[in-house]
Ligand binder design. Structure first.
Ligand code: ZN
Ligand code: ZN
Length: 329
């Protein structure tokens, strides 16, 4: 399902990510499978960048936690999560949308992620709270929050973008962007496709990954089903499913001694931001087989790491599914 690009990176990290993506509710794989792969010395440590060494360490830590839990492996985005001292905790979502159509999709997604019982789950460890935001195309990150934006970001191939900054295992800030350059085209300009992408990009900033990347519908917004063409009227995959909430409960199965979530008055401009410029995303780490989804990673001067999920358009993916779709790559 996942392709590896840099030969040096055919490491334990990619193997863990691979297992995580393959597993789903229907596949009761346990973390022990991942443990075996993590322990396999496929690549000498010296071949890994310091950045990746950090990743390996994080994976190993995750094993310790999940071995205790013995819960099904699934769609976590690495081991990343917001640090929090209470459960549930609340993530503020900046409502930076420029029009009522997008604002409604945003509010629907926020409401859905706050409604576990609607989808067969009992609870959620992470609530969302829309807050005001002055829309800017750049969609600058704000510490302790996820800023959610739309804009005409150009014909750069991406439909949706989610970025998070990581310090250790903890998410410190996030942004989610929807590209109106494509959403204004007939192919993508429909309520179901917009809801699908909005719901997914926001949830990437919780630390959730896709449940499926092959284009089939698992009836969760965390898959790559396309609500386009003959499926434009389908509401499949426009909202979370129970498995997403189960996964959140695993990711957030512990409390931390500190919090990275913004409180009432702690909003601050982020030190390390991320933009819609593909040259800003860092190195390509993995890509789905059909080319719809890519994962990039960048090391920042302040020691944090920015990871970005890119949701490519059908055209960009189809042109060369195994290529890095960024211009000039
Ligand atoms: Zn933690
Ligand atoms: Zn995605």
């Amino acid at each position: 399902m996942v392709m590896k690009f840099d030969g040096k990176w055919l490491s334990r990290v990619s193997a863990v990510f691979f297992v995580a993506l393959l597993s789903s509710c229907a596949t009761p794989a346990v973390r022990e499978d991942s443990t075996k792969i993590v322990e396999a010395p496929i690549v000498p440590t010296t071949a890994l960048s310091s950045n990746i060494e950090t990743e390996v360490t994080k994976s190993a830590q995750f094993e310790k936690v999940s071995k205790t839990n013995r819960k099904p492996a699934s769609n976590a985005w690495g081991t990343y999560h917001w640090a929090r001292q209470t459960s549930p905790a609340t993530l503020k979502l900046g409502n930076c949308l420029t029009n009522a159509v997008w604002r409604n999709h945003f509010l629907q997604a926020s409401s859905d992620w706050n409604s576990p019982t609607t989808f067969g789950a009992t609870s959620t460890p992470l609530l969302t709270l829309p807050i005001t935001c002055t829309p800017t195309k750049r969609c600058s990150m704000v510490v302790g929050t996820t800023q959610v934006c739309n804009g005409s970001y150009g014909r750069n191939g991406w439909l949706g973008l989610a970025s998070i900054n990581i310090s250790g295992d903890h998410i410190t800030q996030g942004s989610a962007k929807m590209n109106d350059t494509y959403f204004s085209l007939a192919t993508y300009n429909n309520a179901n496709e917009k809801q699908h992408v909005m719901c997914q990009e926001i949830a990437h900033t919780f630390g959730l990954d896709h449940q499926s990347v092959d284009g089939s519908s698992q009836n969760t917004c965390m898959d790559y089903f396309s609500n386009t063409g003959s499926n434009a009227t389908s509401t499949q995959s426009t909202r979370p499913n129970q498995h997403d909430f189960d996964e959140l409960s695993i990711i957030y199965g512990h409390l931390d001694s500190t919090t990275t979530l913004a409180g009432a008055t702690t909003l601050a401009t982020a030190a390390s931001d991320n933009t819609d410029n593909p040259n800003d995303w860092g190195a390509l780490r993995s890509q789905s087989e059909n080319g719809r989804g890519s994962y990039y990673e960048r090391s920042n001067q302040d020691g944090s790491i920015t990871v970005t999920h890119v949701y490519w358009t059908e055209d960009a993916a189809a042109k060369c599914p195994s290529c890095d779709h960024r211009p000039g790559y």
